[in-house]
Write a protein that binds this ligand. Structure first.
Ligand SMILES: [Zn+2]
Length: 539
């Protein structure tokens, strides 16, 4: 391999250069004079970066080294491409969505994201192999890897009823997990807040998590409750990782609902205590004090038993509707409702797009109904009955967001997807997550150092899923590289106007090919399917 000789050359040259390289073969691209961040939380160096084919072949002084293309990146930061470990690039129930609809993934590229890991929150396509093959046949810009979703598996094998799985069903679910791991999944995701994942006891999840162990997989969970039940949910997540003996990750770690604000201290103390006794626990987080998910998240668990049809039948029954309403009111007051109808905004009501962008208070006012929690609960039940909506819930405090971000086991992930401007009113995290951390949290607020932020979005998620050739800027690694101006990088997407690309990203290379050059999308789609490189179980 040719890059071996260049490694030698680079070693001889050292970071400061001075000697002449013994290798004078032309390489494809040299990024000249940038401030190079390795992906580890360590000081950057000013150096040239050589790319040949899909690899980084040299880091050092490449002055005068023949190259097909030299790009002056002096004054710019050169970092490994970002790995978004929680991304909804493929929506399992929508045939053409996300990465298929917008394979250029410009919302991600303009933040420097080069790899997305899908299948989060217990929800993945099944089998994951079909989408792997589709993307291999027709690549996107970004690389794609996946978890396999417990919720999807349970829906397929057990159905949507609130009951314990039989032994046969458990065996069938194990087989589904095994099949996905054989295809190269990075582990098991759960969404224990969402039906039907919510109907599973921890014991079931533990049994399925054990299946990913011999593959070196991890367990990543949207927990059962992120509000009043937060601490118990963290204990449950830790227990599942501990008993299955695999790494566990609290995904989009947050503290939901005003009664719990400030208690991230206790949440993180549970993480620390688990690590102390040898459990491998981590978190990921998006940098906003608002979340986003479908309306069923504010319905009581029991009301979702049997799926949406069963829920609608219950809403038709006055007695049951009254009971459901109490549950919705509870959630509005204590959990993601933020105790204020104005704090729940409608992001996407597919059946009536004119609602998109309004909050519950707006809709009540439009309909000349008094704005209060009770009427908001009625409205929520009506909206769900009519077809449902995804919503943005403003129910977190920045103090908790800030504290969780600083914890050494927290990485950054978007929980967004692949998106392009349209008439929905999605969460701005889709367009802004990583640029917001680099621009707002690092530069404007000086909340954490740039090196730490870069580590949390590159090397840290790569290490978490045993990805040894990406998430790092070093000789021999795959050339996924993002180049941005540290004084210019910023998110522009807001809750009111989310369809705005981040600014300050200059060049992005994926597998050695420029997908963004001088701030222009190149139209090239070099993305690959990334299958786990973990061990394989012995036959
Ligand atoms: Zn989630």
């Amino acid at each position: 391999m040719r890059w071996f000789s260049l490694i030698l050359a680079t070693t001889l040259l050292g970071a400061c250069g001075g000697e002449t390289s013994p290798v004078q073969e032309s390489i494809d691209i040299v990024l000249v004079g940038g401030t190079v961040f390795s992906g580890l939380d360590e000081s950057p160096i000013v150096a040239d970066v050589g790319i040949e084919g899909d690899r980084i072949v040299a880091i050092g002084n490449l002055d005068g080294h023949p190259a097909d293309q030299r790009i002056d990146v002096s004054g710019l930061a050169v970092m490994p491409g970002i790995i978004d470990i929680h991304n909804h690039a493929i929506r399992p129930n929508a045939a053409r969505s996300g990465i298929y609809l917008w394979p250029d993934a410009e919302n991600l590229i303009r933040q420097g994201v080069t790899t997305v890991i899908g299948g989060p929150d217990g929800s993945s396509p099944l089998p994951i192999e079909n989408d792997f093959q589709k993307l291999e046949a027709s690549p996107a810009t970004v690389n794609y890897g996946s978890f396999v979703g417990h919720g999807t598996i349970r829906a397929t094998v057990v159905g949507r009823e609130d009951r314990i799985a039989t032994d046969d069903e458990l065996e069938e679910m194990r087989a589904e997990v095994r099949k996905a791991m054989d295809s190269g999944a990075f582990g098991l995701s759960s969404g224990l807040l969402y039906a039907p994942g919510s109907f599973a006891p921890a014991e079931e999840v533990i049994e399925l998590a054990k299946v990913v162990k011999p593959y070196g997989g991890i367990y990543i969970s949207h927990m059962r409750n992120e509000a009043l039940g937060l601490l118990d949910s963290i204990r449950e997540t830790i227990r599942i990782g501990e008993e299955a003996d695999i790494p566990a990750q609290i995904t989009h770690h947050k503290v939901m609902g005003a009664p719990m604000w400030g208690r991230s201290t206790e949440a993180l103390a549970l993480v620390d205590a688990a690590i102390e006794r040898g459990v491998d626990v981590s978190s990921d987080q998006y940098p906003y004090p608002a979340s986003s998910t479908g309306l069923p998240a504010v319905f009581p668990r029991w009301s979702l038993d049997g799926g949406n049809k069963a829920l609608k039948a219950r809403l038709d029954d006055p007695e049951q509707r009254a009971k459901i309403k109490q549950g919705v009111i509870y959630s509005m007051v204590n959990e993601r409702g933020g105790n204020d109808p104005a704090k729940v905004a409608l992001a996407n009501c597919a059946w009536d797009p004119s609602l998109n962008g309004l909050n519950l208070a707006d809709v009540l006012r439009q309909r000349e109904i008094v704005v209060n929690i009770e009427n908001a609960a009625e409205l929520i039940m009506d909206l769900q009955y009519a077809g449902g909506c995804s919503c943005v819930y403003h129910a977190m405090s920045m103090e908790d967001v800030d504290r969780i971000m600083l914890h050494p086991t927290t990485m950054i992930a978007s929980d967004g997807g692949v998106m392009a401007p349209g008439n929905l009113r999605p969460h701005p995290r889709n367009y802004g997550t990583f640029a917001r951390v680099l621009g707002d949290f690092v530069r404007e607020r000086q909340h954490l150092p740039l090196t730490t932020a870069i580590y949390k979005m590159t090397r840290m998620p790569a290490d978490r899923i045993n990805m040894t050739d990406r998430g790092r800027l070093e000789v021999g690694a795959i050339a996924d590289v993002a180049v941005f101006h540290p004084d210019e990088i910023i998110d522009k997407a807001t809750f009111a106007n989310p369809h705005q690309y981040a600014e300050g990203m200059y060049h992005v290379f994926i597998n050695g090919e420029a997908v963004l050059l001088d701030k222009k999308m190149s139209g090239v789609r070099p993305g690959r399917v990334l299958r786990s490189m973990g061990p394989r179980p012995q036959e």
